[in-house]
Design a protein around this ligand. Structure first.
Ligand code: AGP
Length: 610
């Protein structure tokens, strides 16, 4: 996790660029933050425990000047969240920021200690600063010293370094952790992620593992670890800078909930023909999928829940069997994979270590691979044979919302694509399915109108300490996702279950202090059965919040405390609609509780550690 940033140039105030950029990277970690700026040939370092706002207050008293600097926002791995462990870490005139884990840091630390280097923090990062200083002491110039140090470290990292001895360069490298360069006019930038630099530049270079970037005011060079020059493509980013602003919303999460209709349209755009029922997925070739007889979906958290729903979609439409694996478990259980297996890695960030490693494992066992991800050129995108990008735009709130619903639409498009290849659906059926998908943004707009009603509902429920979410059929993963949203941002204990499981254990929990969210859109078999669950809950005095699109059943009247009425919707797409009120419910409960919605405690948006 962690976010890193670098700037060199005379066009802007370095401190402003660093603080603005870090505020857009804060979603990656917010235990502590820090910057280093070289002012009159000397590094000035400022660090603070806690949110970036604390660092800003501290810096305001000093307003450091200088034309290059680095910055960091931290999610603790080695060493607690404290000022001492905040980055940058310094040795002599070398300042370092780092995202990732240095696996051999203990060996390196011992070697350096023997040479007399003193360690001030508990982090793995500090060894990098001392290593570079040590290489410089042996006579190497800054660039060569940095490369020599990078060669010695093992693990996953994105690193940026500046040195008082050479105050005209920012040097950076990466391995398994993301890092981009952004090219400006007489100024250049480094960042963990695109949103950080979006207001400054849209010309971006995605660094590759082992690249070393040397940024000067008017020049950027990329070499390998031996100093050989490399060519990397400059790419144009089409995300709008406005997309990383709150635009009047109190929180990014709320803005992102409201962006879902547009994000779904953007994810579908250009990928279907309403006339022929064809699905167009960039770079996809039907030949790749002809022999596929089994699919494994690999993901974590919300992306895992999307994959559970993707399974329903693919099995129903394309009739290919799908297994869904929690990515962190997959590679430790000797999975059975062959050349006829397709692995689908699903990840908003495209960087999640567990998912990325699971994908590599599946590939090494011979699977064909595709990914569904929101971040262009992310590790998971680069490691898969083909990618379906969700065009959700940057998702800043730690709790995933629009990434989830766009993953669902991506799964749906892929299911139709595969269904046609496998001849499981006719052209006419494909056309109907596309029509169904096109109706979804409008249906979400209808649900968003329930916002005030759900806010009122949240007011009545925010003091409860436990919640149970129950769903059936294609909506049972929505019970998981609804519960995850609530616990992530409100810190209320919430469990999601397939409703049929209730009688096998969770029913023991039900009493008047247990609100139960019953998810029952549509009027199919699943819902008839949920009405049975409703009676069981009621008999035990549970408080019921009933989410439905069909109020006709006589069992409902008098048996539910609250109703969330969602519009009727084609069954396979109903999770995309039914999750929206549950996102709103979690959001409003969290704001009543006064928690930090966008940056909930202990979490980070991108989990790059196993
Ligand atoms: C979602 O609200 C969570 N913050 C988390 O579960 C997330 O979905 C998970 O870490 C996977 O992230 P990814 O989609 O970027 O791989």
């Amino acid at each position: 996790m962690c976010g890193i940033l670098g700037y060199i140039g005379n066009q802007k105030k370095t401190v402003d660029v660093l603080l603005q950029g870090l505020s857009r990277l804060e979603y990656r970690g917010y235990d502590s933050s820090g910057i280093a700026i070289i002012q009159n040939g000397k590094s000035k370092v400022f660090k603070s425990k806690g949110k970036l706002s604390k660092l800003k207050t501290k810096i305001n008293k000093h307003s450091p000047k200088g034309s290059l600097g680095i910055g960091h926002t931290r999610w603790a791995t080695h060493g607690d969240a404290s000022q001492k462990n905040a980055h940058p870490h310094i040795s002599g005139g070398t300042s370092v920021v780092h995202n990732g884990i240095i696996e051999n840091y203990l060996d390196l630390k011992n070697e350096l200690k023997k040479k007399g280097y003193k360690f001030y923090s508990d982090t793995d990062t500090e060894v990098i600063a001392h290593l570079i200083e040590d290489m410089s002491a042996s006579g190497l110039d800054f660039e060569d010293a940095a490369r020599a140090a990078f060669k010695k470290i093992e693990g996953s990292y994105a690193i940026a370094v500046i040195s008082d001895k050479n105050p005209d360069k920012v040097i950076a490298t990466r391995k398994f952790s993301p890092l981009i360069l952004a090219i400006g006019d007489h100024e250049n930038y480094l960042a963990s992620d695109v949103p950080a630099i979006l207001p400054f530049s849209r010309k971006v270079v995605y660094l590759e593992d082992g690249d070393v970037a040397v940024l000067e005011r008017d020049n950027v060079r990329i070499t390998d670890l031996d100093g050989n020059e490399l060519k990397r493509k400059v790419q144009s980013i089409n995300w709008d800078p406005i997309s990383v602003e709150k635009c009047g919303y109190r929180h990014f999460m709320m803005k992102e909930i409201y962006e879902q209709p547009q994000a779904i349209l953007d994810t579908m755009r250009g990928r279907f023909s309403e006339e022929t029922g064809e699905i167009f997925l960039e770079g996809f070739d039907p030949a790749m999928f002809k022999d596929i007889n089994r699919i494994v979906a690999l993901a974590c958290g919300t992306s895992y829940h999307a994959s559970l729903i993707g399974k329903y979609m693919i099995e129903k439409i394309a009739k290919v069997s799908v297994e869904v694996d929690i990515a962190s478990e997959f590679r430790y259980r000797n999975p059975i994979i062959d050349r006829k297996t397709l692995a689908i890695a699903v990840s908003q960030s495209g960087e999640t270590a567990d998912t990325s490693e699971a994908l590599v494992e599946a590939k090494s066992r011979g699977a064909k691979t595709i990914s569904i991800t929101n971040v262009m050129m992310s590790k998971i995108a680069r490691d898969s044979d083909r990618v379906i990008y969700t065009h959700a735009g940057p998702e800043i709130g730690v709790a995933s919302t629009k990434a989830f619903t766009t993953q669902l639409i991506a799964f749906y498009l892929f299911a139709i694509y595969l269904g046609r290849i496998k001849k499981q659906i006719t052209k006419k059926q494909a056309i109907e399915m596309i029509k169904d998908a096109l109706s979804i943004p409008q249906l979400i707009q209808v649900v968003l109108k329930l916002d005030n009603q759900i806010k009122e509902l949240a007011k009545e429920f925010f003091t409860y300490r436990n919640f149970l979410y129950l769903g059936r059929g294609i909506n049972y993963p929505i019970a998981f996702e609804g519960a995850l949203k609530l616990k992530e941002i409100s810190y209320i204990h919430a469990e999601g279950y397939a409703a049929g499981e209730m009688k096998h254990g969770p029913i023991a929990l039900i009493d008047e202090d247990m609100p139960i969210v019953l998810i029952a859109p549509g009027d199919g078999v699943s819902n008839k059965k949920i009405l049975g669950n409703l009676q069981e809950v009621r008999a035990r005095k549970g408080k019921v919040i009933f989410l439905t699109s069909d109020l006709s059943a006589p069992e409902i009247k008098g048996n539910v405390d609250k109703i969330i009425e969602v519009p009727d919707c084609p069954n396979l797409l109903s999770p995309i609609v039914s999750i929206v009120p549950l996102q709103l419910l979690a959001y409003h409960i969290a704001t009543y509780k006064g928690t930090d919605v966008d940056q909930p405690r202990n979490l980070a948006k991108v989990v790059t550690v196993e």
